[in-house]
Design a protein around this ligand. Structure first.
Ligand code: FAD
Ligand code: NAI
Length: 475
């Protein structure tokens, strides 16, 4: 007789593994199928995020930032030493070890929660049956009362610059370089381009980023994008806007790149080229022809606001469905669908999803940009506050950037918070909570913020919205 579960999840990334644990917490029998294989041939839970995305990139960002600060900042504190070196192999061993600890941690969580982790390829058949094909094994069919599809995403490949796994690589390849390339080209000045460009630039690579759009960080608030562009230029990141790559050819340890910009045809020679021009939903081999689940024209699984597909009791979450491709968005969808399956009321506020870019300075935002609020026609007011006027930021020697808050002129509701500066990714949590609770700007103004802290910049920006900043002249 075939195995049967209340819930079968396909994919153990941050969307899938969280939904599996949450469903098990509701007392349901749960299996989670995953086929992820690392370069060493070993299977691991955690998907892109833990193995080749969020976690390894942040590990390298931390290591490279410390190296950079040791070289460029410590002497300002009076700390003098000679000969700071970087051992790339040791840095990479640390990355691999942290990834191993965390992915192994999920296996432990599954055991504790009674989730059955199944290694292999999952395919949704009709009638909520799932076919599991273990690596090198025979396919079996599993019965499920509910199925959650969480198959994630994969990098978009440019036909003019195909990946070769060595000189022209995707983000995963760029996380595993075993030496600092002297010259690194990055196609795409988005989140990955900036984060991974920063890592290798801090370690000594000459980095050129080719971005097709004319606007830098087009999805961010313009004031924040401008501040960030200034900071990156100062760090030596060469970001070329309006640059459309027409070809990339690898040969003799070099990559020759051709691109068009408004001045005409340009060329560039680099040692390695990273292509990071976005990701696409990954549903290869996921759905049998008669599964009934539908995809949109871009390949995303079509779902409603509650992540229900067109097939009863089949949900889909994370990067394989609409919305930002962010780990925390997928995880919260995972919690929501498990709660819905358990018969609880659950929803997700898609208007309040934080975005963070872990560069230095960090960039973080939640809610609408000023252009979006302006386009909505709603009257608004705004205020900003520079980290240069924050004592804690001065102590940290990290005074670049600011906090900007946009609020409704009619009822004072906070509509958007945009931060570029130290620990922006942590500071944004206060804004997310405020917006989740539909706080007014006055609520933030009257909230006591510890002194001295970076969070005082959020407090002062809220005050500045009404021309009441206390530690900086109001305009
Ligand atoms: P995934 O993490 O992609 O997991 C899907 C899993 O399903 C994989 O293990 C896959 O092997 C498995 N799978 C797919 N199909 C099948 C099948 N048919 N059978 C069995 N298994 C299958 N997001 C953030 O929020 N913060 C960050 O800092 C951040 N940094 C990133 C850095 C990089 C370099 C990259 C590439 C991404 C980053 N992201 C970040 C994005 C984040 O990784 C994704 O949004 C997140 O991993 C999506 O989670 P998911 O569970 O939907 O999919
Ligand atoms: P992205 O969408 O952030 O950026 C891609 C960039 O490439 C865009 O600026 C786009 O204009 C540009 N581009 C597209 N085609 C191009 C071309 N042919 N030539 C030159 N430029 C081109 O995508 P990215 O950086 O690949 O990251 C994928 C996703 O992964 C992100 O959207 C995000 O959801 C997630 N991610 C999140 C992180 C975080 O939360 N800190 C970190 C890294 C990734």
């Amino acid at each position: 007789m075939s195995k049967s579960f209340d819930v079968v999840v396909i994919g153990a990334g941050p969307a899938g593994y969280i939904s599996a644990i949450r469903a098990a917490q509701h007392g349901m029998t749960v299996a989670c199928i995953d086929e992820w294989q690392n370069r060493d041939g070993k299977n691991a839970l955690g998907g892109t995020c833990l193995n080749a995305g969020c976690i390894p990139s942040k590990v390298l960002l931390e290591s490279s930032e410390l190296y950079h600060r040791a070289n460029h900042e410590f002497s300002k504190h009076g700390i003098e030493f000679k000969g700071v070196g970087i051992d790339v192999s040791k840095m990479q061993k640390r990355r691999a070890s942290i990834v191993r600890q965390l992915t192994g941690g999920i296996a432990g969580l599954f055991k504790a929660a009674n989730v059955e982790g199944l290694v292999g390829h999952g395919r949704l058949l009709s009638g909520r049956q799932v076919e599991l094909t273990p690596v090198g094994g025979k396919a079996e069919v599993i019965e499920a009362r509910h199925v959650i599809l969480a198959s994630g995403s994969t990098p978009i490949e440019l036909p003019v610059a195909p990946f070769d796994g060595d000189s022209i690589v995707d983000s995963w390849g760029a996380l595993e370089f075993d030496a600092v390339p002297a010259r690194l080209g990055v196609v795409g000045g988005g989140v990955i381009g900036l984060e991974l460009g920063s890592v290798w630039s801090r370690l000594g690579a000459e980095v050129v980023i080719l971005e097709a759009m004319d606007d830098f960080l087009f999805m961010a608030d313009r004031d924040v994008a401008r501040e960030a562009a200034k900071a990156f230029a100062k760090q030596g990141l060469d970001i070329r806007l309006g640059a459309k790559v027409t070809s990339a050819k690898a040969g003799k340890g070099k990559v020759s790149v051709a691109y068009e910009d408004k001045s005409g045809t340009q060329s560039l020679e680099v040692d390695k080229l990273v292509v990071a021009v976005g990701r696409r939903p990954y549903t290869d081999g996921l759905l049998a022809e008669d599964s009934g689940v539908q995809l949109d024209e871009r390949g995303f699984i079509i779902v409603d606001d509650e992540c229900r597909t067109s097939v009863k009791n089949v949900m889909a979450i994370g990067d394989c469905v609409r919305g930002p491709m962010l780990a925390h968005k997928g995880s919260e969808e995972g919690v929501m669908v498990a709660d819905l399956i358990a018969g609880e009321i659950a929803e997700l506020n898609y208007n309040v999803i934080p975005s963070v870019i872990y560069t230095a300075p960090e960039i973080a935002w939640v809610g609408k940009t000023e252009s979006e609020v302006s386009a909505s026609g709603r009257p608004y007011k705004k205020g900003s506050f520079p980290f240069a006027a924050i004592g804690r930021a001065k102590a940290m020697e990290q005074t670049e950037g600011m906090v900007k808050i946009i609020s409704a002129a009619d009822d004072d509701e906070v509509l958007g918070v945009h931060i570029v500066g130290p620990m922006a990714g942590e500071l944004i949590a206060e804004a997310v909570l405020a917006m989740e609770f539909q706080a007014s700007t006055e609520d933030i103004q009257r909230t006591i913020h510890a002194h001295p802290s970076l969070a005082e910049a959020v407090h002062e920006a809220a005050l500045a919205v009404d021309g009441r900043a206390l530690n900086f002249p109001n305009r």
